[in-house]
Design a protein around this ligand. Structure first.
Ligand code: GLN
Length: 237
């Protein structure tokens, strides 16, 4: 990482954790920063690489059960993500990524395995896979409103006392049919694919605000129309 004034966006393990277009989260963060004149630097960290510690926003996507286990083992051995979170970096993690940044998660046979431990959640395995469109209302204190996404996971997640639910589930399953996602400081996890940030520009702006403070508003654009279109499709289905 060279440009110290740029917003440093670190995409963790695209080779293991990236289902359902999670790379779109990287692209939209970069785009919404640059539209406001904020320079960005994007680093792709493959699972054979060390995780740099000086990033601003770390992104983790979803994954199938075995790549998820491998990713968790490598991130635990590396230690860079935990050190970055300890110095206050923002982490945005989706589905498998969400489960592994927690205290523990269930493997493909529901045995508990240790996570990275930067978010106070514990995930087990549900009776049935949760598959389909999801709609949820984000904690009003975050100023994000209603979010939509696509979920496909067997895991179910319990939130401990140090974290807060990200949102209340309106449609779909999320953590447990009642809440969706969790956050603790600037570490935020969600079951939403789709990808989540292009489908929910306000969620992308929350992460940017956490790093750079107040943001200039952007004119309504295709991202807002996509958000509206997915919301009405999910609610009318
Ligand atoms: N393997 C995890 C589960 O089924 C996460 C799936 C995903 O990332 N879509 O719960």
């Amino acid at each position: 990482m060279t440009n110290t004034s740029a917003l440093r966006i670190v995409w963790i393990y695209p080779d293991l954790l990236s289902t359902y277009g999670d790379r779109g989260n990287v692209l939209i963060l970069q785009r919404r920063a640059e539209l406001r004149g904020i320079p960005t630097e994007v680093v792709h960290v493959h699972s054979s690489d060390a995780v740099p510690e000086q990033g601003d926003i770390y992104l983790l996507g979803g994954g199938e059960d075995r790549p998820q286990i491998l990713a968790a083992e490598r991130l635990r051995a590396d230690g860079g993500l935990a050190r970055a979170a300890a110095r206050g970096a923002c982490v945005f993690a989706v589905c498998a990524g969400y489960q592994i940044i927690g205290e523990s998660y269930g493997d493909d046979e529901a045995n508990p395995l240790p996570g990275i431990g930067i978010l106070d959640i514990r995930s087990g395995r549900g009776q049935a896979r949760a598959v389909g469109e999801i709609v949820a209302d984000v904690d009003p204190s975050l100023g994000v409103g209603r979010i939509t996404g696509f979920e496909n996971h067997q895991g179910r997640t319990e939130i401990g006392p140090s974290a807060l639910p990200l949102s209340t589930t309106v449609r779909g399953v999320g953590n447990d049919d009642r809440t969706e996602g969790a956050y603790q400081g600037q570490v935020l996890g969600t079951y939403l694919h789709g990808p989540a940030l292009p489908r929910n520009p306000q969620l992308a702006d929350l992460l940017l605000r956490w790093r750079v403070g107040q943001l200039a508003p952007l004119p309504q654009a295709w991202g807002d129309r996509l958000h509206e279109e997915r919301l009405s499709a999910a609610l009318s289905a």
